[in-house]
Design a binder for this molecule. Sequence first.
Ligand SMILES: Cc1cc2nc3c(=O)[nH]c(=O)nc-3n(C[C@H](O)[C@H](O)[C@H](O)COP(=O)(O)OP(=O)(O)OC[C@H]3O[C@@H](n4cnc5c(N)ncnc54)[C@H](O)[C@@H]3O)c2cc1C
Length: 434
Amino acid sequence: MGEAVDIPNIEGLKRIVVIGGGFAGFKFVRKINANLFQVVLIDKINYHQFQPLMYQVATAGLEPSSIAFPLRKAFKEHANFHFRTCRALNINASESIVETNIGKIHYDYLVIATGCDTNYFENNSLIDAVFGMKSISESILIRNRILLSLEQALNATSECELEKILNFVIVGGGPTGVELTGALSDIKKNILHKDYPELDLSKMNIHLIDSSTRLLSSMSEYASKKVLENFQKKGVIIHQNRAVVSYEDDCIKMDNGEEIYSQNVFWVAGVKANTINGLNNDVYMKGRLLVNEYNQVKGYENIYCIGDISLMINDQYPKGHPQVVQTALQMANNLAKNMNRVVKGNSKMKKFYYKDKGSLATISRNAAVADLGKLKFSGFIAWLLWLIIHMLYTTGLKNKIFVIINWAWNYFTYDTSLRLLILPKMSKIYKKLD
Ligand SMILES: Cc1cc2nc3c(=O)[nH]c(=O)nc-3n(C[C@H](O)[C@H](O)[C@H](O)COP(=O)(O)OP(=O)(O)OC[C@H]3O[C@@H](n4cnc5c(N)ncnc54)[C@H](O)[C@@H]3O)c2cc1C
């Protein structure tokens, strides 16, 4: 990481380095006044990804490019903007430098927005054995796993082998796990019999394992009840209040001793911070960075942190704000406005206040659950609302149009056209990026 990355300073402008072009970093760059700062955005991937719709890529409902937006393209009109595809490795705060795998990058202000990754809860054996869903590439991997299993099922030579191939296990009953389960049972019911008429789909089982006492435990009891009823009707096998203790030789074991044989284990059971080392020890709490009400990292004048990786503790949110899109967007918005203000000489920063806009989750085609303050409802209207909100938040006009076309097509034809097994070959060029 030795040499400085070649990005010339712009005279008279302070440089902001933003690590991460996810929801928080992307919004921040959009909102910061490009004429008042030089902005250097770095990310280990060169596109912004829309995580809430990843489960649709994983179940062949949307194409990957509909939920990705190239970062260079997004900011091509911005003055004084630079992007580098690289991984931030460490922060040297005494020299105001971010050390990356392509070299050192100097900053006047640093904004950390690196988000979260899948949490395997220290169970390292799971990392290579199960399938996480925190990136588009992992979503494609899940799609391939599902399609490959169905192909393999046609050639199974024993009932035992067939069971392992046709058992699909989702671990995690939060919104992501529920949406993935709902979509998988939808394609089982509406689509797979067309592609695999020789297959006895009654042998395909969808298991959902959840360690809490109710599904969607971050939402209302009403939402939990509705999702439970819906899944029970569809024949999803729910293992409530159960934790996974191991997964070896295609056998998943739960804490009550129960076992499921499956080669398809999709792990959406929690997240952990993509932490960046180098700051004082008292800044870190479980990898997240403690910030004050202005998103300023504890003890640092010129380092800020927004989105999932930040931890702002106050009376209302003693465990920090929910790690959701709205928090990331609102923090980014507030910080950018504050920095625009301060640089103009009006040094008054505004504190961050979180406005909870409610929660939505789809449970199947035509049905979703919604908690909007005191208003709780489910069914078709909730699903329409979910559709509109996700379409509005999808980045880029082309993506919005493609998403609508895909959804409309899937809805009216009970079909999706993306059941493609695209298996990339490993290439030498990937190594050089890491
Ligand atoms: C499958 C899934 C579904 C979800 N569904 C919903 C939903 O329906 N509603 C909702 O509100 N929330 C949802 N969430 C949560 C939501 O996506 C996050 O809260 C949100 O993405 C947080 O934004 P962020 O900017 O903090 O992090 P991210 O959007 O994750 O962005 C972090 C960025 O940092 C980059 N990065 C990380 N480490 C480094 C490094 N060392 N160097 C360089 N770059 C780095 C990453 O590549 C990434 O681009 C979902 C999450 C997942 C995974």
